[in-house]
Write a protein that binds this ligand. Structure first.
Ligand code: PXP
Length: 236
C-alpha cells in the first residue's frame, strides 16, 4: 500500500507571509527521505497554498508519484496536460471551504468529468476521482472512464464510537465494489495516527493519501520522522 503525502499545509504556512519559507519542495525531499511513496499537491483556483512554481519544480524533482489534485476546470486541465504529473485526482472545489469537503458529485457532473478524463488521458496520465464510498457513485465513476477512485474517509475519521465501525464497514464495502468494477482504489482525508490502522488493513487498497496529520506531527518531531511513523502504522 502506497503512502502519498500531501504537502499543501507547508505552502499554507509560506503563504501566510507571502515569502519563500517553508518551501514545499524541501518538504517533499524530507517526506521522501521518510519513506513517502509519492507527493500530493492541490493546485487550487485561488492559489491559496500551492503555487504554479511549486508544481513545476516538484515535477522535475519528485522521483516517485506526483499526484496533482485539482478541479476539473479548463485552466487546470491545461496545467495538467503541460506539467504531466504521474496521477491527476479530480476533486470538488469551493472557494469558501477550508479543505475539500466531500466527494465529487459524479452524477451531476458526469459529462464534465468524462470530458476532463478524456483530455487528461490524451497525454497518458491516469485519473482518479475523489468520491464518497457509495455504490451508485462508484458505478458512475466507472462510466466516466476513470482509472481509479479515492474513497473519502473523512466521515469515518470524524465518526465517534459505534458510528465509526459503521463508517469503516461502508469503506470496506466500497473497496470491494470498486475492485469488482475493475477500478483501482485509494483512500484519504482525515486519516491520522489514531485512525489509520483499520483502513490500512483493508485488503485491496492501492494507496492512502494523507496530509494534515503528518504535517501537524512534523511541527513537533520533524517531517522525515512523522512520515516514517505513519509508514510504520501502514506496514506494522
Ligand atoms: N485526499 C484528498 C482528495 C484531499 O482533498 C485531501 C485534503 O487535501 C487529502 C486526501 C488529505 O486529507 P488530510 O489532509 O485530511 O489528510
Amino acid at each position: 500500500m502506497l503512502l502519498g503525502v500531501n504537502i499543501d499545509h507547508v505552502a499554507t504556512i509560506r503563504q501566510a507571509r507571502r515569502g519563500i519559507e517553508p518551501d514545499p519542495v524541501m518538504a517533499a525531499t524530507l517526506a521522501i527521505l521518510g519513506g513517502a511513496d509519492g507527493i500530493t499537491v492541490h493546485l487550487r483556483e485561488d492559489r491559496r497554498h500551492i503555487q504554479d512554481r511549486d508544481l513545476k519544480i516538484l515535477r522535475e524533482f519528485v522521483p516517485n508519484e506526483l499526484n496533482l489534485e485539482m478541479a476539473a476546470t479548463k485552466e487546470m486541465i491545461g496545467i495538467a496536460i503541460k506539467t504531466k504529473p504521474d496521477l491527476v485526482t479530480l476533486v470538488p472545489e469551493k472557494r469558501l471551504e477550508l479543505t475539500t469537503e466531500g466527494g465529487l458529485e459524479v452524477k451531476l457532473h458526469r459529462k464534465k468529468l468524462q470530458e476532463a478524463i478524456r483530455r487528461i488521458h490524451g497525454v497518458g496520465i491516469p485519473v482518479s476521482l475523489f468520491i464518497n464510498p457509495q455504490k451508485e457513485t462508484l458505478e458512475i465513476a466507472k462510466q466516466t472512464g476513470a482509472d481509479m477512485v479515492e474513497l473519502h474517509t473523512g466521515i469515518y475519521a470524524d465518526a465517534k464510537s459505534t458510528k465509526k465501525a459503521k463508517e469503516l464497514t461502508r469503506v470496506v464495502s466500497a473497496v470491494k465494489m470498486a475492485l469488482g468494477l475493475e477500478l483501482l482504489v485509494n483512500a484519504g482525508h482525515g486519516l491520522n495516527y489514531f485512525n489509520v490502522s483499520p483502513v490500512a488493513s483493508i485488503q485491496g487498497i492501492r494507496g492512502l493519501y494523507i496530509g494534515h496529520s503528518i504535517i501537524s506531527r512534523a511541527v513537533f518531531i520533524g517531517l522525515e520522522r512523522a512520515v516514517r511513523e505513519m509508514k510504520e502504522l501502514i506496514y506494522p
